[in-house]
Each structure stands twice: as structure tokens, then as C-alpha cells.
Design a protein. Sequence first.
Lengths: 197, 207
Amino acid sequence: MSKRLPTRRADLRLIGRTLRLVLSIPAYAGFAVLTAWGALTAFALSQNLTLTSDLIVGGSLPLADRLVLVVEQYPFVGTNYSALDGAALLLVVSLVGANLALVTYHLREHDLSAAGSGGSLLGVALGVLGAGCAACGSALLLGVLSLFGASGLVLLLPLGGLELSLLAVLALLLSTYWVADGMRGGEIQGCPVDIGR
Amino acid sequence: MGGGSGSSGSSGESSDGVALADHPLGENLAEWPHLGPDPFEAPATLVVLDDPSCSRCAAFHQGTVAELESQYVESGDLSIAVRPYPVVYAWGEPAAHALEATLARDEAAFWALLDHYFAEQGSFNTDNVLDQTETWLGDNTDLDAAAVIDDVDSEAITSRVEATLAAGEEAGAGNITPASFAFVDGALQTSLNGSVSTSTVETALNL
């Protein structure tokens, strides 16, 4: 399948219609929510690996205290993220959930290959790397950059690393479009996916 | 991990109860300022590495540290020790030197200057930070501001900043700020990356 870029308004409507149709199926909506929540938890805990290891997974704290520690790492519940970083992270994990629900629907119902899943993986990877205040030290981003001796590179970015989250959003939107484009001509719950080219 | 020999830091390596006195950041800790009781005697101690140029350090101090101070420091249940740790933006390094030079003269002025850096982060860069610091110290403290600035590049001040950078590196803080190390009854419980919430610190420190 050739990879077109979504350049027209109809392309954006295709993304919206396909997502709406797939997520109107309760099982896929639930899958999207669970996937987004799992991604959010993984992103948030990845910023505090020692805390996770010492007190959330290990240690002797009661279960309630462990849950407090997990929940307090989420944006807008805890204080780890600025409002902008927290909103970007929630947008990324929401797109991850919706995107993976779409890819799963495509694989299961159409028995086709996962067109666009490369974009999904890229979006997830960028989202993980860019989570949090990259300039002050996103644990995974600095770890990856330091492998190349380039941990100071992120400080040169005008938004202090928020650019990575924006790239993640872009990659996930492209991936979602490509999957939706691959579903043209099909039907979801009896409704045609195609909007017209 | 042996006392004092290994990292016990914030990069995913497990903490295993190393004593504050043996921890890299515990060495000569009495030379750095703290809020509340003696860090080595307090029921709970938080050692915080801060970069004056880091926005999340500012948020951490203005939110979590302020709340902890009113709820636990004043009652003697918690000690919070702070060491300047310049690893983020370039202006943070001369600012850290200025903080150390100020601390050598007046601890209260150190805390006030740290608050000033956090409150006005957007106005500093490498070209103006020392000039603005001198002006602020002259206007807001009784210190000889010019003498403080003259001291910024002295061997003594430089060695203090380098000592904290080396201790932070050994503790596993890397380039992440704020990096906080949580001790209960003098034993390391865990380390915390970023501007974690008051509830996170309370839970980690059994407060």
C-alpha cells in the first residue's frame, strides 16, 4: 500500500469516522481505554524507576500505599508534570489507545496486515522518550541520548523537549490515518468506512 | 551495595538502606543548609539536589517543599537538606556558584536567593545572571554583594559545586533534577526523580 499523507479535509474526516465507528463497539472502546491507561502508567512510572523498584514493586509498604505512589505519578493527580507536559502526555496515551484499538480491529476483523503499525510504534517510542520535562531530565530520553554523548542536545530545543511529544502525536495521527486508509471500501458494523476521495 | 561505595540513585538501581552518613550525598552534608532538625538525627530526611535553572525544581520548591515545611519540618519530624546541582541550563552553573558564595556568608540569604532564582527563572541567562544576582543581593540583603560575586569563581566555591556534582553522579542522580533522596531513621528508602507530590514524599518517608 502506498503511504499517502493526509493533506485534505476529507482525510481528517476519514480518521474521525473510522475511529468513531470502531470505538462505538464496546469491546474496542474498552480495549482503547485499557491500553491508554496502561501506556499512561508505563510512561509515568518510567520516570521514577528507583521508586518503582524500591517501594511500588519491592519493599514492604501496604497495598494502599503502593497504589497511592502509582496514582501520584500521573499528570494532574501528582505534581511531576506542568499542565502543558501533562496535557501532551494525556493526548499521546489517548492516541496510543485509539490507534492500537484501530490496528487490532483491522487485524481481527479484516484479517489483514497491520498497515501503519510502524507509525504506532514510532509514536509510542517518541511518547515514552518525551514524557515529562525533557529538559530537566526525562529518565529514558537522557539515557538514550547519553549513549550517543548527546544528553545536552534536548536543551537546545526551544520547547525544552516538548517537541518529542508533538512528534509522537504526529506519528500517531499519521499511523491512524494509514490504518484508516487501508480500511477504505470496508464496513464497520454495517457502516461504510469510505468518505469519498 | 556497600556503604559509600556505590550509587543508590534515581536511575532505576535499587536502594538498599544505605546509611546517610555513608551515602555519597551524606559526606560533609552539615556544610550545606537544611530546614528543620539535624539531617543525621531527624526521623526522616530528604536530601534534594536542585538546579536553579530547572523549572520543575522551582515547582517542587514552591509546592511540595513548601507544604512539607509547614506540615513536618516545623514540628521536627522532617529535615530537608538542599545542595545546588547545576546540570540543566548553562546559567544554572554561575547561579549555583553564587548560591555557594552566598551560603558561605549567610544561610538565610542563600534560601532567599534560591527562591529568587526559582521565581524569576525566565529573566536569567549566562550573560546577565551574575549582574542580576549582585543587584538583587545588594537590594535585598546586608551582604557585600560585590564580594559575593568576586568569590564566585574562587577555588573554594568551585570545589564545593564540584563536590556536589561528583556526589550526585555517584548517587545516581545523573542529569535529572530535582533529584531527592529519602532517608528514614538515617537509612535510604528510595530516591525520587522530578517534582514529585507531597503525598509521594509522605508515603516514601512514612510521614
